[in-house]
Design a protein around this ligand. Structure first.
Ligand code: GCO
Ligand code: MG
Length: 413
C-alpha cells in the first residue's frame, strides 16, 4: 500500500486549525494536526507546496524512515514551521497504522500504563476574589490540578487572565483580530511590569493555600517574562506554597538560565511549549534543570519524535506535561493522550475543552470525566475531521499579543 492523496484543511470554528489528511491506496484516512497559532498559513504552505508532492507514492507503513526523510532531507533543520509540518505527517501515518491494525493508537505504543490521564485546567481572575471563585468551580467539577493566573494591580490585560464573569468557566483565546485604521490585522498590545508582578504573585498563592489547603495541585505560568535572577526570586518566593510547577519562568531559548533558578529554589519547573526538538532540551535534561517537559506532539515533530524526547527525559526522572491549550486541535490533543497513556513517565496533561463549533468539525472519541481524560478505544487516533462542517468556517487572521514595558520597550509576552 502507499500514500495516494494528501490534502491540507484550514478551518476556523472560533479559532484557526490546520489539519493534514493522508489517504492510502486502499482508502485508509489518517489525520494530523499542523496548527501553529498566528502563523497557520506558513505550515499549510510547507505541507501543500513542499511535502505533499514528495510523499505521494511512498510506503505509508515506514513511519521512522519518512520522519528521517523529511527531517534530514530538508537539510534545513528544526524550527516551529518545519517541525509542525513533519508532526502532522507523522501523526497521520500513526493514525493510519493503528486503523489498519484495528486498535487505538496507544496499543501500538506499548499499551496503557495507567487507566486515565490527570489533567489541569486554567483558572484566572482579574483579582484574587474572582480567581478564588473560578478555582472553587473547577474543584467542584472534580479537577485536582488547576493553573492559576491573576491580574496585577496597576496593569491592564495581561497573559493568561480572562475577563470572564467571575465564577464562569475560563475561556481564554489570546490570538486576536485587531485591525488598524487601514483595516490590516495586527497583534494587539499589552503592557507589562515585572516588579509589580513579582510583588503581587506570592500573596495570591498565600490566599489560595489558605482557602483550598495543600491537597490541590497548583500550577502557574510565568510565560517567559523574567530574567534569570528575577525568575530565581519568583521560584524562591513561591517555595512555601508547594506549587506542582512553575512554567516558562525565563525566555525559553536560554537553557542555561534555569541553572540560576535551580541554584536558588526547589519549586518544580516546567518548560518547552515553544520548543520543537529534543536538542532544545539537551542541557535542561542532562543537568536536571527541569521537572516537566511541556512540548506538544503538534510542534515537536509528531509522535515519533515526542516519544524519543520523553524516553530521554525518563532516564533523568523527568515527566511529561504536554501543552494542551485550545490552539492544539482535537487531533493533536488525541495524539498527546495516546502517548501520555502509553509512557511510564507521564506527569499531567493540560486540557482546555474546545468550543461546540470545533467539536462539530472534529468528531472526537476521547472521554473526559471529573478531571481525568482517556483517548477512547476507536481505532487510530479516534478523531475524524468532518470536511463539510469545516468548510463553513473560513480562515480568519488572528495574532498573539505583543508585550511592551511601561516605557514602550518590546518585552516577552
Ligand atoms: C499554555 C500556553 C498557552 C500559549 C498559547 C499560545 O501554557 O497553555 O502558555 O496559553 O500562550 O498556546 O498559542
Ligand atoms: Mg504556557
Amino acid at each position: 500500500m502507499s500514500i495516494e492523496q494528501i490534502s491540507v484543511n484550514v478551518t476556523s470554528p472560533g479559532r484557526n486549525f490546520v489539519t493534514l489528511k493522508i489517504v492510502t491506496s486502499d482508502g485508509i484516512v489518517g489525520w494530523g494536526d499542523a496548527t501553529l497559532n498566528g502563523r497557520e498559513l506558513s505550515v499549510a504552505s510547507y505541507l501543500r507546496d513542499h511535502l505533499a508532492p514528495m510523499l505521494v507514492g511512498r510506503d505509508e507503513e515506514r513511519i521512522e524512515d519518512t520522519w528521517q526523510y523529511l527531517y534530514r532531507g530538508a537539510y534545513w533543520r528544526r524550527g516551529p514551521v518545519t517541525m509542525s509540518a513533519i508532526a502532522a505527517v507523522d501523526m497521520a501515518l500513526w493514525d493510519i497504522k493503528a486503523k489498519r491494525a484495528g486498535v487505538p493508537l496507544y496499543q501500538l505504543l506499548g499499551g496503557a500504563s495507567r487507566d486515565s490521564l490527570r489533567t489541569y485546567y486554567h483558572a484566572s481572575g482579574t483579582d484574587i476574589a474572582a480567581l478564588k471563585d473560578t478555582v472553587t468551580g473547577l474543584v467542584e467539577e472534580g479537577f485536582t490540578a488547576v493553573r492559576v493566573q491573576t491580574g496585577v494591580p496597576g496593569l491592564g490585560q495581561i497573559y493568561g487572565v480572562s475577563s470572564n464573569t467571575p465564577g464562569t468557566k475560563y475561556n481564554y483565546e489570546p490570538a486576536k483580530r485587531a485591525a488598524d485604521g487601514s483595516g490590516a490585522v495586527r497583534p494587539s498590545e499589552e503592557i507589562w511590569d515585572t516588579p509589580a508582578y513579582l510583588a503581587h504573585v506570592p500573596g495570591v498563592f498565600e490566599e489560595l493555600r489558605g482557602e483550598f489547603g495543600t491537597g490541590l495541585r497548583l500550577l502557574h505560568d510565568a510565560h517567559h517574562r523574567m530574567s534569570p535572577i528575577e525568575a530565581a526570586r519568583l521560584a524562591k518566593s513561591l517555595e512555601p506554597y508547594g506549587l506542582f510547577w512553575l512554567e516558562d519562568v525565563t525566555p525559553a531559548e536560554d537553557q542555561t538560565a534555569l541553572r540560576t533558578v535551580r541554584q536558588h529554589s526547589t519549586t518544580p519547573l516546567a518548560i518547552g511549549e515553544i520548543f520543537n526538538s529534543v536538542h532544545d532540551y539537551q542541557t535542561l535534561i542532562t543537568e536536571r534543570l527541569i521537572d516537566y517537559v511541556r512540548s506538544a506532539v503538534t510542534h515537536t515533530g509528531g509522535i515519533t519524535a515526542t516519544r524519543k524526547l520523553l524516553d530521554f527525559a525518563a532516564i533523568y526522572g523527568i515527566r511529561s506535561g504536554m501543552h494542551g491549550p485550545t490552539d492544539i486541535s482535537p487531533v493533536g490533543m488525541a495524539a498527546a493522550m495516546h502517548l501520555g497513556l502509553a509512557i511510564h513517565n507521564f506527569g499531567i496533561q493540560e486540557y482546555m475543552p474546545h468550543n461546540d463549533d470545533t467539536l462539530d468539525v472534529f468528531r472526537t472519541s476521547y472521554r473526559f470525566e471529573r478531571g481525568f481524560l482517556h483517548p477512547g478505544d476507536a481505532p487510530g487516533l479516534g478523531v475524524e475531521l468532518d470536511e463539510e462542517a469545516a468548510a463553513r468556517f473560513d480562515y480568519t487572521a488572528a495574532y498573539l499579543p505583543v508585550n511592551r514595558l511601561i516605557d514602550g520597550t518590546v518585552h516577552d509576552w
